[in-house]
Write a protein that binds this ligand. Structure first.
Ligand code: SF4
Length: 707
């Protein structure tokens, strides 16, 4: 009885789910986790949400992959339109030894590279893996495959925010930690639902409100935190730029700008001011659905406060104008001087537990570790030297992004892939297209802990380790590097990622001899100036160090941009934005709008949380959140099955009456394989961040269907 058992060991680690980075303790007996407790980490101070506290038993799930699998010669043809049935896995795959699986996995990738060139291969790493895994994976693609075709799910979450931040202020990470909300007088929360997606961060916001901080929530959906907000602006979906430019119009025309800050620390203000001149609150009110007086009041409050902070999520980033949305937020902070001090600044709430670290480590197609551009000759030369390569070895052409890789796979340009811990068959937009693209590959290697929807399309599956089965460093949304420690042995013949990546590297002609995470981290410090001051021993001793940490003894830097911005001139840059409509607007055929996102109890594509007893019991079935009046207009009631169709596909699921969604908009979590909502989403991309428009596409909602 787990409830009565006494742990035989306690292991200090961090939560494997969201970017808040809560520290926790695994209580283990006989290689099983009995329960999890919160630790007194800087980000959580003992707090955990339902996922961190109860979302651990997936590691013991009977469906764990415990032996390498190879696609059977007589397996049915790969099809994107498959029915997942773990009981019938043996119809498609046969077990293999590691030697056979690795020889096949790496050998065929090498053969494709040799026959068709380096760009015929691509790799997706994982924002759930450690910094060391991300670093080695991107190094394998860049030096073993020979191209920059490496990406991960940052492309699907904050790529547009990062594009705008790098362009405007020279750094893609947050300026201030979440807990700075406690020091802010005004907090603007826009396009984010932390009570669901960053629950412990939401508790800090609640604490701040309790002690007097004014919370302004801007969102087309009424999130939980809007109930305690000083103001709630439920603007029309897709009208972010209209709302934000109108706020800036007020600040400029009423002289609420910080002239000293603009003059001494920025460039491009005049152009920005001229651009917002036509965006008066009166002109924008009918577009965004917020009264002009409210826009004026919020603008004044943000600009005039002692310290104002902006936090945002994927409601901002997942649009074809996601970069423009983020440019507006950056401009707001710059024109008012609300950055570079405690309680101010810009905080894109990072999604996955290590999406910040994986991006920092170079798991992106246009940049080496620490955002050094592959197209910059000096950066390329630095990495060739650091990695012991002859000059001219590394590819100087930026690689393909996540959605571009799928298109290239479908067209035959990319013929082989290595996917570590990601599930694009569920997470990519227009999932039918993504599945067909994966199915059309000559050779697909998937490394994961379960037979995911993506693994089902693989030629070779390499059984990997779950989060508590390995040690590594992870970087949270606050730029804080922390250690996750091994608490369990992997089951059966499952292996740790660092071992598997190195085995794959060998089959691709590389001779790597890293002893473990500390070894890899030591190399990362040499090529990543931002973490040069963080040693592995220090991480073990201090548990958390925030970068930039430039030299040993440097305490780390929770608040950045206090003196200047990491751009050539040291000055930040205003970038104006105009209104660009969503790629696919509602029409007579598809009259409603689909918004996708997450639920509190489930994580991303659900491969872990839907195999967790408590979380699955709380939210077992696919649901669509529909405004009760829209549901009634269909003649339906809560619990009825509804079918949602877009130009790309259709799914059926259970209707839940939900007043938080505006009328005409339906919200669906993307974690349910039975109703994979990404079959419907639009793959149209933001031109700068290359992020798809998950937050808006045209759909038709009808009553009935089969779940
Ligand atoms: Fe884990 Fe995030 Fe919940 Fe903290 S808030 S316990 S990091 S899921």
């Amino acid at each position: 009885d787990a409830a009565l058992a006494v742990p035989d060991k306690q292991v200090e680690s961090v939560c494997p789910y969201c970017g808040v980075g809560c520290q926790l303790t695994y209580n283990v007996k006989d290689n099983r986790i009995l329960f999890v407790e919160g630790r007194n980490g800087p980000a959580n101070q003992g707090r955990l949400c339902v996922k961190g506290r109860y979302g651990f038993d997936y590691a013991h799930h009977p469906q764990r992959l415990t032996r390498p699998l190879v696609r059977r010669a007589d397996a049915p043809p790969k099809s994107g339109d498959f029915a997942m049935d773990p009981e019938r896995v043996s119809d498609v795959f046969r077990e293999a030894s590691w030697e056979e699986a690795l020889a096949l996995a790496g050998g065929k990738l090498a053969a494709i590279r040799d026959a068709h060139g380096p760009r015929a291969l691509a790799g997706f790493g994982s924002a759930k893996g450690s910094n060391e895994e991300a670093y080695l994976f991107q190094k394998l693609v860049r030096t073993g495959f020979g191209s920059n075709n490496v990406d991960h799910c940052t492309r699907l979450c904050h790529a547009s925010s990062v594009a705008a931040l790098l362009e405007g202020i020279g750094s893609g990470a947050v300026s201030n930690p979440v807990k700075d909300v406690m020091k802010a007088e005004v907090v603007v929360l826009i396009g984010a639902n932390p009570a669901v997606n960053h629950p412990v961060a939401a508790t800090w916001i609640k604490n701040a409100v309790k002690q007097g901080t004014k919370l302004i929530v801007c969102d087309p959906r009424r999130s939980d935190l809007s109930r305690i907000a000083h103001r709630f602006l439920q603007f029309q979906p897709d009208t972010d730029v209209a709302l934000l430019n109108a706020m800036m119009h007020v600040i400029v025309t009423e002289g609420l700008v910080d002239r000293n800050f603009i003059a001494s620390r920025t460039i491009g203000y005049e152009e920005l001011a001229a651009n917002v001149a036509e965006f008066s609150p009166e002109a924008m009110a009918p577009i965004c659905g917020i009264e002009a007086d409210t826009i004026r009041a919020v603008a004044r409050q943000y600009a005039a406060s002692r310290a104002s902070m902006i936090l945002w999520g994927m409601g901002i980033s997942q649009h074809v104008h996601g970069t423009d949305n983020a440019r507006c937020l950056i401009a707001l902070a710059l024109m008012t001087g609300q950055i570079g001090r405690p309680g101010t600044g810009l905080h894109p709430l990072r999604g996955q537990n290590n999406v910040q670290g994986a991006s920092d480590a170079g798991l992106i197609p246009m940049m080496y570790p620490d955002y050094q551009r592959v197209a910059e000759p000096a950066a390329k030369a630095r990495f060739e030297s650091a990695w012991g390569l002859s000059p001219g070895t590394l590819d100087d052409k930026p690689g393909l992004t996540v959605v571009e890789v799928m298109d290239a796979a479908k067209s035959g340009e990319v013929k082989g892939m290595y996917i570590m811990g990601e599930n694009p068959a569920m997470s990519d937009p227009d999932a039918n297209h993504a599945r067909a693209a994966l199915a059309s590959l000559e050779h697909l290697v998937v490394q994961d802990i379960f037979l995911t929807e993506t693994a089902y399309l693989a030629d070779v599956i390499l059984p990997a380790s779950a989060f508590p089965e390995k040690t590594g460093s992870f970087t949270n949304t606050d730029r804080m590097v922390q250690i996750g420690r091994q608490a369990l042995e992997p089951p059966g013949e499952a292996r740790q990622e660092l071992w598997i990546i190195q085995q794959m590297a060998q089959r691709l002609g590389l001779d790597w001899q890293y002893g473990g995470a500390a070894d890899v981290f030591a190399e990362m410090r040499q090529v990543m100036p931002s973490i040069a001051g963080i040693t592995w021993e220090r991480l073990e001793r201090e548990h958390a160090v925030t970068y930039p940490c430039l030299a040993e003894g440097d305490p780390g830097t929770p608040v950045v941009f206090t003196e200047d911005f990491p751009r050539e001139s040291g000055r930040a840059r205003f970038v104006p934005a105009d209104i660009i409509p969503a790629d696919e607007r509602p029409d007579a055929e598809y009259p409603q709008v689909l918004i996708t996102g997450r639920q509190l109890e489930h994580w991303h594509t659900g491969s872990m949380t839907r195999r967790t007893a408590v979380l699955d019991a709380l939210e077992p079935d696919p649901v669509a959140l529909v405004h009760p009046l829209d549901l009634a207009a269909l003649g339906g009631k809560p619990g009825d099955v509804v079918t949602i169709a877009s130009r790309r596909g259709q799914v059926s699921l259970y209707a839940r009456a939900d007043e938080s969604s505006p009328r005409g908009a339906v919200f669906v979590p993307f974690c349910y394989y039975e109703a994979a909502i990404n079959k419907l989403t639009n793959p149209a991309l933001d031109p700068f961040g290359k992020i798809p428009e998950f937050k808006y596409c045209a759909i038709k909602l009808t009553l009935g269907g089969q779940v």
